[in-house]
Design a protein around this ligand. Structure first.
Ligand code: UDP
Length: 411
């Protein structure tokens, strides 16, 4: 048996009055058709990153809706996760090949995981490349297998793509965040496009009383009498943390008291995170207006909520991005965002909504400075962003997409 993640209790009816009513009604209708269906979500880590965020709310909600859903984790050692992180990077276009040893490592762990996987489900949803080989290697029984790809695979490095591609043939369906992410010569016939969503009722997104939010940040050492910009993301090169620091320093030349918070998480399946963390430390040593926080020093969901609520501007300077949940999370709190024009970010911030899209360090610095100098415009962008998120990127809409796909595969 693979590791099962404990799930909290959720009540789908609590989303009434928050998410659009038509999403709620259709979810309830489809859930009735799928009542009792057994669903397994499979991924590599229970925390750190967008996928675990989605599963923690989504799997619990499926159970409240009358399906029988589990979340299980594959296992792997350091060598396995080093290969899968390079595979992840290669699928997003990073150069680099894979040796026979890399392939053997991936296969050996996948075989072990496949042997430990119970496939007694109606639907098995496999997230990202780490567990992708299981559809080929596990005892299939009657389950419908769905591969959910969360990353930008629009122009993969051919070696990474040829490594992964053969394992995808057995899937019944695939889900991407954007149509342009479907890689060349894609072997799965049925493909759907679902954008991720945030849970407005999770501790990360619940409305936090301002006093409490202030206390949480002041306790960490942030001075709320001074302006604050923040980036929240895994320590990952695609999130361009060094670019954020460079942009911040340009803005600080104009606003000397400005603080930057870099809030990052280190995940089980992401050995690269530590290297990036050290690089950030190296370039910021002695700079007491740059705060670096991690999940390992107690920055959890409530603190992330407080940062997203109280920052003057949230930055998400991604170079490649699947979706970027952090953008919707910040907008949901009405906070304006300056973000890289990458992957799923622009659909969260259409023209005049949410903030400013940028393509490089200079544009990022200019946009942050502009929003800091024009707080009314910034507030207006943030408010429009919140409404855009409400209409498009709250959990009931994502459940609706998922239930529609299961319904189509089942009937
Ligand atoms: N996150 C967090 N603490 C951190 C950094 C990130 O809780 O220190 C969360 C963040 O709030 C978001 C998720 O991790 O919910 C990151 O998802 P996103 O889609 O932005 O990026 P990914 O990590 O999946 O590439």
């Amino acid at each position: 048996m693979l590791d099962l993640v404990d799930l909290g209790k959720r009540s789908f009816s609590a989303y009434r009055g928050i998410a659009p009513e038509e999403h709620i009604e259709e979810v309830l209708h489809l859930a009735e058709r799928l009542r009792g269906a057994r669903v397994l979500h499979l991924n590599a880590t229970p925390y750190g990153g967008g996928v675990s965020e989605l599963l923690r709310s989504g799997v619990a909600l499926l159970n409240d809706l009358g399906l029988v859903a589990d979340w299980q984790l594959i296992r792997g050692d350091q060598a396995f996760f080093q290969v899968t992180k390079r595979l992840h990077n290669g699928l997003q276009g990073a150069p680099g090949g894979f040796s026979e040893t890399d392939k053997a490592t991936y296969l050996a762990h996948s075989q072990l995981n496949a042997r430990n996987l119970s496939t007694d489900y109606d639907f098995i949803v496999v997230h990202d490349p780490q567990p992708a080989a299981l559809a080929m290697l596990a005892d299939r029984q009657d389950a419908r297998w769905i591969w959910r790809c969360h990353i930008d695979t629009s122009s993969p490095n051919p070696e990474a793509w040829e490594f992964l591609r053969p394992f995808l043939y057995p899937y019944d369906a695939a889900i991407f965040t954007l149509p342009e992410f479907i890689p060349p010569r894609f072997p799965i016939g049925r493909v759907a496009i679902h954008s991720p969503a945030i849970d407005p009722l999770s501790p990360k997104n619940l409305p936090l009383p301002v006093d409490l939010a202030r206390q949480l940040l002041e306790w960490l050492g942030v001075r709320l009498s001074r302006p604050l910009v923040t980036q929240i993301s895994r320590f990952d090169p695609w999130k361009d943390p060094l670019g954020v620091i460079a942009a911040y320093r340009r803005v600080r030349a104009h606003i000397p008291e400005l603080q930057l918070a870099m809030v990052g998480s280190l995940a089980l399946d992401d050995p690269e995170g530590w290297d990036i963390y050290r690089q950030i430390r190296d370039v910021t040593t002695g700079d007491n207006r740059i705060h670096i926080f991690t999940n390992l020093v107690g920055v959890g969901n409530m603190e992330v909520n407080a940062f997203q609520s109280l920052s003057d501007v949230v930055i998400q300077k991604s170079i490649r991005e699947g979706f970027g949940l952090v953008v919707s999370e910040a907008l949901w709190k009405g906070t304006p965002v300056v973000a890289g024009r990458a992957g799923g970010i622009p659909i969260q911030m259409p023209e005049g909504t949410g903030g400013i899209l940028v393509d490089n360090v200079e544009e990022c610095a200019e946009a942050v400075l502009h929003l800091l100098r024009h707080p009314q415009e910034a507030q207006c962008l943030g408010e429009r962003g919140r409404e855009h998120v409400r209409q498009n990127f709250l959990f009931p809409r994502l459940l609706l997409d998922e239930l529609r796909m299961m319904d189509a595969l089942a009937h």
